[in-house]
Design a protein around this ligand. Sequence first.
Ligand code: ADP
Length: 396
Amino acid sequence: MSKENILIINCGSSSLKFAVINPRTGEEFINGIGERLGSPESFIRWKFEGTKDRKDLDNGAHDAAVETLLHLLEEKGLKDSIAAVGHRVVHGGETFTKSSLVDADVMKAIEDNTHLAPLHTPANLIGIKAAQKHFPELPMSVVFDTSFHQTMPEKAYIYATPYKFYKEKGLRRYGMHGTSYRFVTEQVCEQLNMDVNNSKLVIAHLGNGASAAAILNGESVDTTMGLTPLEGLVMGTRSGNIDPNVFSFLNKTYGYSLEEITDILNKKSGLLGISELSNDCRAIEEACAEGNKQAQLAMDVFCYVLAKQLAGLAVATGGVDALAFTGGIGENSDQIRGKVVEALSFLGFELDQDKNLAARFGSEGVITSDNSKATAIVVATNEELMIAKDTAALIA
Ligand code: ADP
């Protein structure tokens, strides 16, 4: 195997996802995750050549996971095929408008933005340092969730709060899922034979976390997530947009603390909160089919809010040539796509239900009729491949 593969590392506070990918062909040789890192139950599991396996890490944290990963890659004969490591980093603040090679200045700049994502950035930094320790000979890159949205105009990212909070601490909208939006933008233009420099796209990335973005001529001009991923759409467990006074309401009526309310809005709301059943779209769809009223309500609110915000994003692009659905829900839920495309018929979309039903389990394609003035399309996202491509381009 030639030395051109990229090791992708995506660190959370107690997890570490990894994959080895060929940036040219997209072939994935191994993928896996270290979970419950830092606890007595910590372990790492992986899939290699169709076979799944796992190993206990005996209390190990991120460093132990990366060390085990190094031995695993040696054992599978992959280690010498790796040319560089690409790290997914959640927040690049206003400092990073694109992916970068890691050096001391870059590490310092990521650290300086920690206050914007205090739960995620420390884990990202730990992952980079562990990789530097165990793969000292490899160049490393950082690919940010936020950087693609740095092209948003001021009017789209400034909150109507006292301006000094923005000037002093960077309080503004940043948006997330940028790597996915970049990948899907390329795919949509390729599949629809559109010139990216003359394109008006609205993309809905619907996974456990969900957001949507307005992409004008290949650049992000607005998106639904804000300072944090809580803003915008209804998600699996996140409320999305709410009246900010909900904080004082819940504090005064139930006595919840700031931390408790933040936890409720991020982890106990959304589909889970309304349905009181599940955060998982498949489970909600199954409950709807059995006539569960609260699951149906959760679905209705999810779709209504999504359609409303997609229409709002069309203001940013000044009309829509194509609307793309991606992420686990976008790629699989014909129900949600169908409802949303029909709600947006006034923008020129005409659903083709046969095509809509056919697009699932990785099968992509247009879901609007041949006569439709605007096109809706399903595209499978691949953030890991985008990180691998960025990393390969940076070391070239
Ligand atoms: P993450 O944000 O964690 O990457 P995914 O993109 O994998 O999440 O999306 C997970 C969501 O996709 C879940 O709500 C899951 O129920 C939903 N999903 C996956 N397959 C289907 C399906 N066949 N029908 C409906 N929803 C699905």
